[in-house]
Design a binder for this molecule. Structure first.
Ligand SMILES: C[S@@+](CC[C@H](N)C(=O)[O-])C[C@H]1O[C@@H](n2cnc3c(N)ncnc32)[C@H](O)[C@@H]1O
Length: 223
């Protein structure tokens, strides 16, 4: 699957929507607030940040989650680099990312640095206080061979109904295998099969109130 590109439509100005999956990349209401609530608070960040902290993600998309995490890392006064690994099968171009980031002027400083370095082939980007590794492949084939282990995961595929392959049990088991003891996962979805997959993977799973109009979301901790 390597080498495929994102195919985008744009809604309400600058919100990218995937044509392939018929789903927006982030909340049409307030994508940054959702990222902070679901992925940062859901993983108890920035409180858990520590030197060498490793975040991993399924679905890099626009890089919004990465930018929000990186900004939180700097604002928390962390020295050294945040390790951030993300799996993305359909990378965006720099121009598409730039357009998506326009909705988040408070992240511009971090966006500028990411965009200056970005290539659609992915790879390792040394961004000073962040070491970003984007693995531009299907997560299902790439994750089993990944040698890292994350302290926390952002599970951010498109909705499980539209993108079930990024939520399947075998992949959740691989997420568990690539999580440090006591490490965590967070996702905006509370779909039953996702929760069950995470339990099979060894996570203690908890349903929490969701962001905005979503009733529930899911967090988990490896036990
Ligand atoms: C909701 S978007 C992610 C949004 C992103 N985290 C952000 O901050 O903008 C879901 C992403 O998962 C990617 N994706 C879908 N299926 C995938 C697969 N099998 N392997 C890797 N990435 C996949 C899509 O291309 C898309 O970028």
């Amino acid at each position: 699957m390597q080498g495929q590109r994102a195919e985008l439509d744009w809604r309400t100005g600058d919100v990218p929507v995937s044509v392939r999956f018929d789903d927006p990349y982030f909340s049409l209401d307030d994508g940054l607030a959702e990222t902070r609530y679901v992925f940062l608070e859901g993983n108890r960040l920035p409180e858990r940040f520590a030197p060498g902290f490793h975040l991993a993600e399924l679905g890099f998309g626009t890089g919004l989650n990465f930018l929000a995490a990186w900004a939180a890392w700097e604002r928390a006064g962390m020295t050294g680099s945040l390790q951030f690994t993300s799996f993305e099968a359909f990378p965006m171009s720099r121009q598409e990312m730039a357009r998506a980031h326009k909705a988040f002027p408070e992240l511009q400083r971090w966006s500028d640095q990411l965009l200056a370095a970005w290539t659609e082939e992915g790879g390792c980007f040394d961004l000073g206080t962040a070491a970003l590794n984007v693995i531009a492949e299907d997560a299902r084939s790439a994750l089993p061979g990944w040698h890292g282990k994350a302290d926390a995961w952002f599970l951010d595929g498109f909705s499980p109904a539209k993108n079930p392959e990024l939520w399947e049990e075998a992949l959740m088991v691989d997420v568990g295998r690539h999580t440090k003891p006591g490490g965590t996962v967070a996702t905006y979805t509370a779909a039953g099969f996702v929760r069950r997959g995470l339990e099979v993977a060894g996570f203690a799973v908890e349903r929490r109130p969701g962001f905005g109009r979503k009733r529930h979301m899911t967090v988990g901790q490896l036990v």
